[in-house]
Design a binder for this molecule. Structure first.
Ligand code: ASP
Length: 326
């Protein structure tokens, strides 16, 4: 009996040490194949551009390619639903943002996912100030004229956006509530295509994330009335803040961040977070993100826990402000 008990004890000990090896081994081997990063908007827009810049570097760190898959529709919620239902094995991730992982909660009462319950936060990638932009030949010359013009012509003007719940939609909703106007919205599958329409003069104006705006402003293909942050952005030194231009109440900065489906192992989340941080610290990645006006998260804001807190706070912030879309 003693020998059987001893044998059982030895087996248990062997099993325990084997178990102990499983988690680190997973972290050591992950990833063994390419990873899919879902981008919930069209290619060429701000979320797509940020995702491509950061994952390009992460792929080198992880030793596997990261394939961007643009899945469009319903202000980014179609893609986010898909990501929430994906296998939680680290091979399907999503770049979510202030819209998909916060503002959509009050806007879509039947949202098929919950940003906090259905995702593991991985890392905040970039803060993205919002600008008020217009087609080049839109009559107002500056923000004061814009405000007067939109108020006087609210039934005639239109605002492009990337679908209900997208950053561009929510930001202009905020602007419109300050101005007390309800212009027509023109939805696109992302602000990439919306920007093309703005450049082509097919729509009047848009509230968009800086990453999408800098190349066009510098090329002189659109007008920028103001940036909705407390300070001017170094990438656009000539664009005044909303406070400088006479509309201090309009303040808006979005964010883009990486998430994995709920239940993805802590070891995988840790590998992904470390790779994302390494990317944000890379000089070339940093330069590119800063050239496009992004705000790179500082050390305190880079942990999965900090992202979880951001999501929680952003849902609490937007819920009383936004009414369900009809
Ligand atoms: N971030 C979106 C995009 O990449 C647009 C939006 O949320 O307004 O197109």
């Amino acid at each position: 009996m003693t020998s059987i008990r001893a044998l059982a004890g030895a087996c248990a000990a062997a099993f325990a040490s084997l178990c102990g090896l499983v988690a680190p081994a997973e972290a050591q081997t992950y990833p063994t194949r390419s990873i899919t990063m879902i981008v919930p908007f069209a290619a060429g827009g701000p979320t797509d551009v940020i995702s491509r810049i950061v994952t390009g570097h992460m792929a080198q760190t992880l030793g596997q390619s990261i394939i961007i898959e643009n899945v469009v529709g319903a202000g980014g919620t179609t893609a986010t639903t898909r990501a929430a239902r994906a296998a939680n094995d680290g091979y399907t991730l999503i770049t979510g943002h202030m819209g998909t992982h916060a503002a959509s909660v009050p806007l879509y009462p039947k949202l098929a996912y919950h940003p906090e319950k259905d995702f593991e936060p991985v890392a905040l990638l970039a803060g993205t100030p919002i600008l008020i932009l217009a087609r080049k030949d839109f009559p107002p010359k500056d923000l004061k004229e814009f405000v007067a013009y939109v108020k006087a012509n609210a039934e005639k003007v239109n605002a492009a956006h990337a679908g209900v719940g997208s950053v561009s939609h929510v930001s202009c909703e905020l602007l419109h509530s300050i101005l007390d106007v309800k212009p027509v919205g023109v939805p696109f599958n992302g602000t990439g295509p919306a920007m093309n329409a703005l450049v082509a003069g097919q729509v009047d104006y848009m509230c968009d994330q800086i990453v999408n705006a800098v190349p066009q402003i510098n090329a002189g293909t659109i007008k920028a009335y103001a940036i909705a942050t407390a300070e001017r952005n170094p990438s656009l030194p000539n664009v005044p803040t909303t406070a400088e231009a006479g509309l201090p109440a309009f303040q808006a900065q979005a964010w883009n961040a990486m998430f994995a489906p709920k239940g993805t192992s802590p070891a995988i989340i840790a590998s992904l977070n470390a790779a994302a941080i390494k990317a944000l610290d890379d000089e070339t990645v940093k330069k590119r993100l800063l050239e496009l006006g992004s705000v790179i998260p500082g050390p305190k804001d880079r942990t999965p826990e900090a992202l979880a807190t951001l999501v929680k706070n952003e849902i609490a912030k937007w819920t009383p402000v936004l009414k369900p879309a009809t």
